[in-house]
Design a protein around this ligand. Structure first.
Ligand code: SF4
Ligand code: FES
Length: 254
């Protein structure tokens, strides 16, 4: 297994893991904005940059994104070198210009001692930090209903032509993974609205709660056994627990 040094600590990492994961498993924190265990790493935000060197490199080092850099035996990693910290400050400074009112960005800026952006502030502040988590989770679901559009300061996440996206199934994966709460939706027992698209809800026959959109249930049809989605998760768990108690000869859960 690769043996490396991170911030002076010797770490034995699992073969095939990335530096970010090895550092986390060793209790060393590296900031991230575009990484999430539900999606493949993408290397977009640059917050997880670290310095990597080797004894035979004679003091030379390179900056790499730790979420995409595979661990190697013998490397020496610094997660807080001066140039790493300076680069992260530039990333946050730029983000603060784009998203000056976003609590997550404000918190990170405060952590890095940035009170005010040194760039021209976005005249139309947004909470979208362009981490790409929403589009990636949507792609990994297999629906690819949303994407990024435009370039530069005007880049945004939106459905095609800003119309209700035909491929969206209302699963809320994008809204739930979004770290800033940019993606808004409304949901009730009867209907859900996201990306200006309205969905009818499938109600649990046991408790009556609208727990999934009919479009999502239809999309999963054939991929999961039988009528899996009819009953909500809470009622399924309750029924399973009651069955387990019955099988063990105990009293039913009510
Ligand atoms: S909408 Fe949210 S998840 Fe999507 S890119 Fe923007 S901040 Fe990231
Ligand atoms: S977390 Fe690695 S580049 Fe964003």
């Amino acid at each position: 297994m690769p043996r490396l040094v991170i911030d002076g600590k010797t770490v034995v990492a699992k073969e095939g893991t990335f530096l970010l994961q090895a550092a986390r498993e060793a209790g060393i924190d590296i900031p991230t904005l575009c990484e999430h265990p539900a999606v493949e790493p993408y290397g977009g935000c640059r917050m997880c940059l670290v310095d990597v060197t080797r004894p035979e490199w004679d003091g030379w080092s390179k900056m790499v994104v730790s979420c995409l850099f595979p661990v190697e035996d013998g490397i020496i990693v610094s997660t807080k070198s001066e140039r790493v910290m300076n680069t992260r400050r530039v990333v946050i400074d730029l983000l603060l210009a784009r998203c000056p009112n976003t609590p997550l960005v404000q918190k990170m800026a405060a952590e890095y001692g940035i009170e005010k952006t040194s760039y021209v502030q976005n005249p139309e502040p947004t909470d979208c930090i362009l981490c790409g988590l929403c589009t990636r989770v949507c792609d990994e679901m297999g629906t690819s209903a949303i994407s990024s559009s435009s370039r530069g300061a005007g880049r945004e996440i939106a459905p095609p032509f800003n119309e209700p996206p035909p491929d969206c199934i209302g699963c809320l994966a994008c809204a739930e993974i979004c770290p800033t709460g940019f993606i808004k939706y409304e949901t009730s027992n009867s209907k859900r609205v996201i990306w200006n698209k309205e969905f009818e809800m499938l109600r649990c026959p046991t408790c009556g709660r609208g727990h999934i959109t009919k479009a999502q249930a239809a999309w999963h049809d054939g991929k999961v056994p039988g009528r899996y989605f009819e009953q909500c998760d809470a009622c399924k768990r309750k029924a399973q627990a009651a069955m387990a108690v019955t099988l063990m000869g105990g009293s039913q859960i009510r």
